[in-house]
Design a protein around this ligand. Structure first.
Ligand SMILES: Cc1cc2nc3c(=O)[nH]c(=O)nc-3n(C[C@H](O)[C@H](O)[C@H](O)COP(=O)(O)OP(=O)(O)OC[C@H]3O[C@@H](n4cnc5c(N)ncnc54)[C@H](O)[C@@H]3O)c2cc1C
Ligand code: SF4
Length: 328
């Protein structure tokens, strides 16, 4: 057992410095990290508690964007009146996740960094390339009912579990990351990585770097938006397939659109093929179904998860239908 330390910090400089010196892991709400420590999946040398940092505000920006601190709790974000009116899909996605108690603790930064719920990853008895590079993947020929059909590789087929991140993809969100060399801003679509040959690398965040903010740009999509999550039970359950959509309409014509998928891909997935079908088309069920078919053309099903293809298509069609204004 290695020596273990815990320290609470109150400013970003100390957070970065402590993380660097102690090779430490940040802890925010603790709702993912502590579980993984109890399971012996994550064994950090030290914990730096960032809950004292001043990153818990939701702020209007001069250009109409909204800036969300990395420590804003999921429940505070979902219940914010600006988010509910201008970025409905985000509020819906967060409320579809976990439980009220967990959302009260879970933070914006921690949600983005949460790890897969692949049961082989979470049980050190099984080989897992994500947990131990080169060990093999127990899921590819195992019981892969909950696993991914998009963005997969021969090394890993685990889904990314976040609902919130799927909505952020539909809203063109930007993630602000601070390291010892300053700040960089990464589009949410580039934030999570495909597994490829290195499934242990899940995001562009480097060891010791801190997520500080997420920005929602002022886009015309947010008002007509919706999140649909399909799962084994109605609450307290991860997505088997989910869709986040945001529409810009002129009359019945779709001027602009974002479609993102959860529960079916190795990262929060932007369905560009679906967006191409929808852009410039009339908003109706036939178009929505064509877009859904296009979104899943690249799917790679395994023995137990082929059902997700149709499930994801239905989630897309329903989300697009839900996003339409009532008078259309
Ligand atoms: C029973 C259960 C059900 C759940 N159901 C759902 C669900 O349906 N949908 C869903 O989306 N989620 C679900 N979750 C996951 C939940 O949303 C996450 O646990 C939560 O969002 C993580 O946030 P946290 O602040 O607690 O992170 P922590 O556990 O504190 O940290 C998680 C990771 O993020 C890192 N981290 C945290 N903040 C930062 C930062 N600012 N910069 C850099 N790194 C950081 C930590 O080092 C750690 O590696 C569920 C969780 C549980 C336990
Ligand atoms: S799917 Fe990925 S996380 Fe799951 S066992 Fe295989 S390598 Fe590990």
């Amino acid at each position: 057992m290695q020596p273990f330390s815990y320290e609470k910090v109150t400013n970003e400089h100390d957070a970065l410095e402590r993380a660097r010196l102690a090779n430490a892991t940040f802890v925010a709400g603790g709702t993912t990290l502590l579980d993984l420590m109890k399971l012996n999946v994550e064994v950090p040398a030290a914990l730096v508690d960032i809950n004292g940092l001043p990153l818990n505000q939701i702020e209007d920006q001069p250009d109409g964007a909204i800036r969300i601190g990395a420590l804003v709790r999921n429940s505070d974000l979902a219940n914010d009146s600006r988010i509910q009116s201008r970025y409905r899909v985000l509020s819906q996605a967060i409320c579809a996740g976990a439980s009220a108690q967990l959302r009260n603790m879970a933070t914006t930064g921690g949600n983005l960094m949460q790890r897969t719920r692949c049961y082989y990853f979470r049980d050190p008895v099984y080989p897992c390339n994500k947990r131990q590079p080169g060990a093999g993947c127990a899921a590819i020929d195992g019981y892969n009912r909950i696993h991914a059909i998009l963005g997969v590789s021969d090394n890993c087929i685990a889904t990314h579990p976040s609902d919130m991140a799927v909505a952020l993809v539909a809203l063109d969100a930007l993630v602000h990351i601070r390291g010892s060399n300053g700040e960089r801003v990464v589009p949410i679509t580039d934030f999570h990585l495909l597994p490829g040959d290195t499934p242990d690398r899940e995001t562009v965040v480097r060891p010791g770097e801190l997520i500080t903010y997420v920005t929602l740009p002022n886009r015309p999509f947010g008002r007509h938006s919706a999140y649909v999550k399909l799962r084994d039970r109605a609450s307290y359950e991860f997505a088997l397939a989910s869709a986040a959509v945001a529409l810009q309409l002129e009359g019945g014509t779709i001027q602009g659109v974002r479609v993102a998928l959860g529960g079916v891909a190795t990262k929060p997935w932007r369905a560009l093929e679906a967006e191409q079908v929808l852009t410039g088309s009339t908003a109706n069920h036939g178009t929505f179904r064509k877009a859904a078919d296009a979104a899943l053309t690249g799917a790679v099903p395994r023995r137990y998860n082929a059902y997700k293809i149709e499930l994801a298509k239905r989630a897309i069609v329903r989300a697009l239908t839900d996003a339409l204004p009532q008078d259309l």
